[in-house]
Design a protein. Structure first.
Length: 617
């Protein structure tokens, strides 16, 4: 951090960063640029030389084909061969047009390009060939090649003149013997052209090798000289920074030790340049690694949650304008995607020449601390709410019993009073009152049970309980329910006694609830099957029906208070608390209850309880 560097650095002022960078990087950049320039020049020159070599090959091939076509013309006297001669000769004539135009002080590029294209040169090579000719064509290394080119063009003119004479003789119908002098002259010219082509190729190859050597030497020499210069400048710059780096390292070590001990990060706000300097710890808290960073303030501000930006900005303004200590907590979305709650503490720096334009401070992660505090507060609030709910439900249930008992009592008197005959309609209405009252009374009783279980007021007398007799007693009590819903109970418990560790009263309450549900949610003529077995150190009881079953969505909410099967809730009696109470009671007996169901095929409730005695090994 800059503030720490100022406090520990020697009296000699440190150079500005941009000057240091410029001094270190300028020589290297100069080397790179110069070498790159020379490399590009080398490539362009060699590419142009390659293009001239390729053009010479096309020139030589076209000249040779023209000579052969003339020989064919002299032998066959067919005009087609003379036309082919003129077509082949177009290549050297196009190259000559380009050369003559390039020799002009103000050449016409369109005419040069047309000539080279006629000579078979690729359009992409023309600019390089022109540049090489214009810049180096009069240099000694290329002079011989150029002279050979000029002499070759002169020999082409002589070939054209001899060809015209041959054509006149052929068109006059001269005898074959009369054509011999012209053909001999053409052969001599062809031999001279072959010699000129070899001379041109040799001269161009020599110039190419010399050019390559000069360019490579220039690149190597430039690289060596500029590298030496760069090393000298870097040594000078680095030697000037040694004292500053030593002092900075000592200060950073002390501050790093202090930050590690207190688990805080250090930061500094440069007001004038609108920058924030962070040490490694502070940078890590913002998800940017464990190396110190310098960032623009707006970039750091964007990491702060939008809801916390205003109060953090207000705190910083108070510190800047009034000297107040900044201490704010804010949610930060780090660069690593992790959200953290940070506490920032800072104040204006009054200890250096930069006083009034710099704010220094520390930042620490209080996410876990705040989470623990919130969790404790939520736990206390939830405990208070739950206690208030239990008290309210318990008192409400007790208060409802008195008027409810009165309603049921008077309804029973009306139903049993033989001194007054009720009409059928009145009898039905009284029966409705009794049915609704009994259902409300069951709800009140369930609510009382629920509040007692949740409050831990239901004491469990865990003891060895034999499942068979207890289940037989429950089935006897539910005989009327089974008859009402036309359901048959099938007891398939094993002959060998099953003994579980449970509270007898509460276990019978669990059986009654599950068996009665098996009747209510069944179909006429359905069955409720009870199976039992010993699995390891657990007693497992399955109570299955072949009734309406449930959807996966209904099954997922089955053991929650006041949750009922949606498809049947409108015509089956119930409070929606029975299975929730079953779950609480079974868990208090250190057991587990689960359900396996399919819509339209029935449900199977599985009850697991600790065995009264461990299995024999």
């Amino acid at each position: 951090m800059q503030g720490l560097r100022d406090a520990q650095a020697p009296s000699t002022p440190a150079p500005r960063p941009w000057r240091l960078y410029l001094g270190l990087l300028a020589p290297s950049l100069a080397v790179v640029c110069l070498v790159a320039l020379l490399a590009v020049t080398s490539v362009n020159v060699l590419a142009a030389v390659r293009a001239y070599v390729s053009g010479e090959s096309l020139w030589s091939k076209a000249r040779h084909e023209a000579f052969l076509h003339l020989l064919d013309y002299a032998q066959s006297r067919e005009p087609i061969h003379f036309a082919r001669y003129e077509e082949a000769l177009a290549v050297p004539l196009g190259d000559r047009q380009a050369r003559q135009e390039m020799e002009r002080p103000d050449p016409d590029m369109a005419r040069i390009r047309a000539g080279f294209i006629q000579g078979g040169v690729h359009p992409d090579d023309i600019d390089g060939m022109v540049s090489l000719f214009r810049r180096l064509g009069d240099q000694p290394m290329f002079r011989d090649a150029l002279n050979a080119w000029v002499e070759g063009d002169a020999l082409i003119d002589r070939m054209r003149e001899s060809a015209r004479q041959l054509r006149l003789q052929v068109e006059r119908g001269d005898a074959p013997g009369a054509l011999t002098p012209a053909l001999r002259q053409l052969r001599d010219i062809n031999d001279q052209l072959t010699f000129m082509e070899k001379q041109f190729s040799a001269s161009l190859a020599t110039a190419s090798r010399l050019t390559e050597s000069l360019l490579v030497g220039s690149i190597l020499l430039s690289a060596v000289l500029l590298s030496l210069l760069s090393v000298a400048v870097m040594r000078r710059s680095l030697s000037r920074q040694t004292a500053h780096q030593r002092a900075l390292a000592e200060a950073n070590d002390r501050w790093a030790l202090a930050a590690a001990a207190s688990e805080v990060g250090l930061f500094e706000v440069d007001i004038a340049r609108d920058l924030i300097h962070m040490d490694g710890r502070a940078s890590a808290l913002y998800g940017m690694g464990d190396q110190g960073v310098t960032m623009p303030r707006p970039q750091v501000r964007d990491m702060i949650d939008e809801q916390d930006r205003d109060h953090l900005r207000q705190g910083m303004n108070d510190s800047l304008n009034h000297g107040a200590v900044l201490k704010k907590r804010h949610l930060t979305h780090g660069a690593d995607g992790v959200a953290r709650l940070l506490e920032t503490t800072g104040r204006m720096d009054h200890s250096s020449a930069a006083a009034g334009s710099r704010l220094v401070g520390v930042v620490r992660d209080v996410t876990a601390e705040q989470a623990q505090s919130d969790l404790a507060a939520q736990r206390d609030a939830a405990r208070q709410v739950a206690e208030s709910q239990r008290m309210f439900l318990s008192r409400l249930s007790h208060e409802l019993r008195t008027p409810l008992n009165a309603i049921l009592g008077f309804a029973q008197l009306l139903h049993l009073d033989t001194s007054r005959t009720l009409t059928d309609s009145q009898t039905q209405q009284v029966q409705w009152i009794l049915s609704a009252g009994q259902q409300l009374l069951a709800l009140v009783e369930d609510v009382l049970d629920l509040t007692k279980v949740e409050a831990g007021e239901v004491r469990m007398n865990l003891q060895a309980v034999e499942i068979g007799p207890m289940l037989e007693g429950s089935l006897a009590l539910l005989d009327g329910v089974a008859t009402r819903y036309q359901v048959t109970f099938i007891d398939r418990l094993p002959d060998k006694p099953l003994r579980a560790r449970a509270d007898p009263q509460r276990l019978q309450q669990v059986f009654m609830n599950l068996l009665s549900n098996g009747c209510k949610y069944n179909r006429p003529g359905g069955q409720v099957t009870i199976d039992g077995r010993l699995e390891g150190d657990e007693v497992v009881i399955d109570i299955a029906d072949n009734g309406i079953g449930m959807t996966p969505e209904d099954a997922g909410q089955l053991f929650q208070p006041f949750k009922r099967v949606v498809s049947s809730a409108h015509y089956i009696e119930g409070t929606g608390l029975g299975l929730y109470i079953v779950k609480l009671l079974v868990e208090r007996m250190r057991g587990e209850v689960t359900v396996d169901t399919r819509e339209g095929m029935g449900s199977c409730f599985t009850l697991r309880l600790p065995a009264a005695t461990p299995p024999m090994g």
